[in-house]
Write a protein that binds this ligand. Structure first.
Ligand code: ZN
Length: 314
């Protein structure tokens, strides 16, 4: 029987793959940076109640000078007393510095220092660090809606080069996709035990509460851990599947002790998340989701009150 290709179906496929590509950027905002980032133009009426909070936070290029405090939750909050991660450390390099998102609660910076050293112990040369938070946290101007309180960091799966990268390399080098084109497993030509060891090392750090990876990567981690049932698998509890996250993994650390307004994320379920728990992620409707309705933008009125003076201060 001859296959008849309906032109409408072709159009639908083209639109659908465009939508998925768009979604991927929403979740994996690893777009090229810039060698000459321009400051955003001033807002016409920054005090209007309808101004999206992200437009206010994106215009703050310096931290709020105060003792460090994470306020609110990952998807709705801000950060005081942020610390910058140095561009180049003993075992890390910041990527896309033009985005000015290499800020975090000092506890996050300490974690990255520690994780970079621990990763070396398992043979990983060093970390390429992507988005952390803006200087005062808050929602980012892209649709990257988490990373608001300085406790999140995106770590690239690409290994760190053995030289200190130029600004061009940091702004324009693309990430490394670990997931096969059909999204059902990792790409065996790219995936290595080193990637598994890297994620496990992050998850075993006591301050880490959650790590998000593509479901295909979670599947691979389960497979590798499955060979050794006797070993401690509790680190796998923290590693959860999410959309995108094929070029980087997202690490979230616990609320610091001296941040009383910090809202911790729900703790992971007490299971390794392997086996049939992954079924949902490989359903066709999950692999290729339809784009949802855009949410109304978050405004200051919808944020923790303590964030207003932080974003309004010069
Ligand atoms: Zn992230």
């Amino acid at each position: 029987m001859r296959a008849v290709i309906c032109p409408l179906a072709v159009l639908f496929l083209a639109v659908a793959s465009f939508a998925v590509a768009q979604d991927k950027h929403v979740i994996d905002p690893m777009l090229p940076g810039s060698l000459d980032p321009q400051p955003l133009p001033p807002l016409k009426n920054p005090d209007a109640p309808s101004v999206p909070a992200k437009d206010l936070f994106a215009r703050k290029s310096t931290p709020f000078p105060a003792p460090p405090r994470s306020i609110g939750g990952d998807f709705n909050g801000c950060l005081a007393g942020a610390e910058a991660l140095p561009m180049t450390g003993p075992a890390w390099q910041v990527m896309r510095p033009s985005r000015n998102r290499y800020w975090g609660h000092p506890q996050l910076v300490r974690f990255i220092e520690r994780f970079a050293a621990n990763a070396r112990q398992v043979g990983w040369n060093g970390l390429l660090v992507g988005d952390m938070a803006q200087p005062r946290g808050g929602q980012m101007p892209s649709d990257h809606t988490s990373h608001q309180i300085g406790l999140d960091a995106d770590i690239w799966f690409a290994p760190m080069p053995d030289h200190t990268q130029s600004r061009e390399e940091r702004e324009f080098t693309p990430g490394t996709e670990l997931v096969a084109a059909d999204l059902r497993d990792v790409d065996p030509k790219i995936w290595t035990h080193g990637h598994a060891a890297l994620i496990r090392t992050a998850a075993q750090d006591p301050v880490v509460v959650r790590i998000l990876v593509n479901a295909a990567i979670k599947k691979a981690l389960c497979r590798e851990a499955g060979a050794d049932r006797a070993s401690d698998r509790t680190w796998l509890y923290k590693v959860r599947p999410w959309y995108g996250h094929a070029e980087h993994f997202h690490v979230q650390i616990a609320c610091p002790a001296e941040s009383p307004d910090c809202r911790p994320p729900a703790p992971p379920r007490p299971s390794d998340g392997c086996g049939s728990e992954l079924d949902f992620w490989f359903k066709e409707s999950t692999l290729h989701p339809r784009p949802g309705k855009p949410k109304p933008p978050l405004t200051l009125a919808g944020m923790p009150p303590a964030c207003k003076p932080i974003v309004k201060a010069p």
